[in-house]
Write a protein that binds this ligand. Structure first.
Ligand SMILES: NC(=O)c1ccc[n+]([C@@H]2O[C@H](COP(=O)([O-])OP(=O)(O)OC[C@H]3O[C@@H](n4cnc5c(N)ncnc54)[C@H](O)[C@@H]3O)[C@@H](O)[C@H]2O)c1
Length: 412
């Protein structure tokens, strides 16, 4: 017997697809959605995912076949970043709405293809910007929109990835611009989207620098992968995947199918993304942003400050570090030019990304859910954050400032 639930299917059954979308989203939104299908080009990982998730699912390595059998209303796209665009366009053309993992795409041309397909088909793309749903992010947006520091004039935003999280991008496909667009796209898409949403204007121009200073050819030695590496005992990045039954089952045996190993050497000499990045961005409302992203630090978290005509808002978000720091909550410091000081504590929520993941799921799948803070993000928001990263990468490569908005129309 049919139900009124929204039928959702997943393409890309890696860690994110199986965990956040396959396991968690249907648990959070049990009355709203029903998982009906899975697809992945790796048959062994697909089989692990099917066994993990159970249920009566249409499962196929052939996406067309899975879509035909599962008949989803919504396709959740959780594949490698550079494959998103083809899959999104295919789904829209089949009359299926899409929720895409970030980044929506990795090139300007692919962003344009998605926007065009959305207009042509009348179907809808949402981009899963879970960081918008973290309680602290929302509070910042409310304080800025409420004029608490006057008119926003500039922003410092510095994101720190430690040697646990940061290194992981250098073990896999993320390490190549052709697959991830560089971390200016893959990772900074979150940060550029937050900026666009907080500042509430389009980003206009970026000037950026990027360098690879720690990983890749900088390594003192290298091997093929951690599991077989003769330097395992001396390498600061040795990663024993066998310690995680979850990762081992998803990635070890399936690697035999396509050669995608989860613990490739972070010192591979052909790595072509940056681990040290900075950018200045100008917005349509003349806000100036100073941004940086570093991927090998002793701390994980971010430092954010907005300056305005009447004050300043500061947040130092601590996620992982070797010293004592607040956990489970953030403190926002609101400073007035009249020397007033207000400390606002925001608790993290339950679930992934400081509580952002379950709130994102509810927002996407509970049709009655209101969206007073404008947290839902569509394809244009997805495109603008990608285009900022594409423009930053281009600027780092050429040494020239790059205009962002023209990329919505052409690559010229
Ligand atoms: N929002 C977040 O915080 C967050 C966190 C992690 C990952 N992500 C995103 O989720 C996506 C998946 O990340 P992951 O860490 O699970 O990656 P992963 O490499 O572990 O999994 C990707 C899966 O996609 C499959 N695949 C690749 N190309 C395909 C194609 N053309 N058709 C079908 N399947 C294909 C691979 O076989 C693999 O199983 C990425 O886009 C990533 O940026 C988002």
């Amino acid at each position: 017997m049919g139900t009124n639930k929204r039928r959702v299917a997943i393409v890309g059954t890696g860690h994110r697809g199986v965990g956040t979308w396959g396991r968690d989203a249907p648990a959070t939104c049990a009355d709203e959605i029903e998982l009906v299908g899975l697809s992945d080009t790796n048959p062994a990982r697909l089989a692990v995912a099917r066994d993990r998730l159970g249920g009566n699912l249409a499962v196929s390595t052939d996406l067309d076949r899975m879509l035909a059998e599962a008949r989803p209303h919504t396709l959740l796209v959780c594949t490698r970043d550079d494959t998103h665009a083809d899959i999104i366009v295919k789904a829209l053309e089949a009359g299926i709405d899409v929720v895409s993992e970030k980044p929506m795409a990795t090139t300007a041309a692919d962003c344009r293809r998605i926007l065009e397909a959305e207009r042509r088909t009348g179907r809808k793309v949402n981009v899963a910007f879970n960081y918008r749903f973290a309680p602290t992010s929302r509070k910042i947006r409310e304080l800025l929109a409420g004029g608490r520091i006057g008119t926003v004039t500039s922003c410092d935003f510095h994101w720190y990835l430690d040697t646990v999280h940061g290194a992981d991008y250098f073990r896999r496909w993320h390490a190549y611009k052709r697959h991830s667009g560089s971390l200016f796209v893959h990772k900074a898409t979150h940060h550029f989207d937050l900026l666009n949403w907080w500042i509430d204007a389009d980003p206009v121009q970026v000037f950026a620098q990027g360098a690879l200073r720690k990983y890749g050819a900088n390594g003192p030695f290298r091997g093929a992968r951690c599991k077989t590496c003769p330097h395992a005992g001396e390498c600061e990045f040795y990663f024993d995947m066998g310690k995680s039954e979850w990762l081992e089952s998803l990635y070890e045996a399936p690697a035999a199918e396509d050669g995608y190993v989860r613990d490739a050497c972070v010192y591979r000499e052909d790595i072509d993304i940056y681990d040290t990045m900075s950018a200045t961005i100008r917005y349509a409302n003349d806000v100036q942003v100073s941004y940086s992203l570093n991927a090998y630090l002793p701390v994980e978290g971010y430092h954010l400050a907005f300056n305005g005509t009447h004050g300043r808002l500061e947040v130092r978000m601590f996620e992982r570090q070797a010293f004592d720091a607040p956990s489970g909550r953030d403190e926002i410091l609101l400073l007035g030019t009249d020397r007033s000081v207000e400390r606002i504590t925001v608790d993290h929520g339950p679930g992934g990304h400081f509580g952002g993941d379950p709130l994102l799921h509810r927002s996407l799948f509970e049709p009655q859910a209101e969206d007073p803070a404008g947290q839902r993000a569509g394809a244009r928001a997805g495109a603008l954050s990608v285009l900022t990263g594409v423009a930053a990468t281009r600027s780092a490569e050429t040494g020239k400032a790059v205009d962002i908005l023209p990329l919505l129309d052409s690559d010229a």
